[in-house]
Design a protein around this ligand. Structure first.
Ligand code: SAM
Length: 191
């Protein structure tokens, strides 16, 4: 069983295995003690569990029920109790506001067919999930909250910055890593 950032993480063939994009987000996200956090598309739950070290409370959601099952087991395995995992299509089963919202989003063009496809495929143009997330996220963000969205240069970073602005948030690229044929970036957005 692999260990990431001191956490033992069980893997499953139907759940996205932590990779460069996950690590870039893990190394960029900033949570202050006492804050609340939401990890959208939590996968193994790794990002939610890292945030739970400082946050008061963390919710991790994923459209893939297998991811939620695995994330719950990973929380238990590491003895982390201030985190809850739920199945949800984006904000469908989320209520309240959060100080930090993270999303390592799927971005390849295509239609998801099996559970693992949800990790990679973001709709016909590759932007459907990202665009829905950006449009809905302001409602769930505390006044001084921060959104951290991870995506690839393949899916259009300028379009993401513009869309955040249209949704009423200021957005900037705060981290970038070149991997094979693409740049993976973290976009941070706030009011
Ligand atoms: N956060 C994990 C990480 O960084 O390793 C997994 C990232 S993976 C690239 C994207 C995740 O988003 C997958 O677990 C996928 O099932 C989830 N996802 C895709 N579409 C979603 C949606 N509409 N609502 C919630 N989760 C979604």
């Amino acid at each position: 069983m692999p260990t990431y950032y001191g956490l033992r993480i069980l893997l499953d063939e139907d759940v996205y295995e932590p990779a460069e994009d996950t690590f870039l987000l893990a190394e960029t996200v900033n949570v202050e003690p006492g804050e609340t956090a939401l990890d959208m598309g939590t996968g193994t739950g790794l990002i939610a569990l890292i945030m739970a070290r400082k946050a008061d409370f963390v919710i991790g959601v994923d459209i893939n029920p297998k991811a939620i099952e695995l994330a719950r087991r990973n929380a238990e395995l590491n003895g982390i109790r201030n985190v809850e995992f739920r199945v949800s299509d984006l904000f469908e089963n989320v209520s309240g506001k959060f100080d930090v919202i993270t999303f390592n989003a799927p971005y390849l063009p295509g239609k998801p067919e099996g559970p693992i496809d949800f990790a990679l495929v973001g709709g016909e143009t590759g932007r459907e999930v990202i665009d829905r997330f950006i449009d809905e996220v302001p409602r769930y963000l505390e006044e001084k909250g921060r959104v951290y969205l991870v995506q690839s240069s393949i899916t259009g970073i300028d379009e993401t910055l513009w869309r955040f602005e249209k949704a009423g948030l200021r957005a900037d690229v705060v981290a970038k890593r070149h991997v094979f044929f693409e740049d993976i970036v973290v976009v941070q957005a706030r009011r």
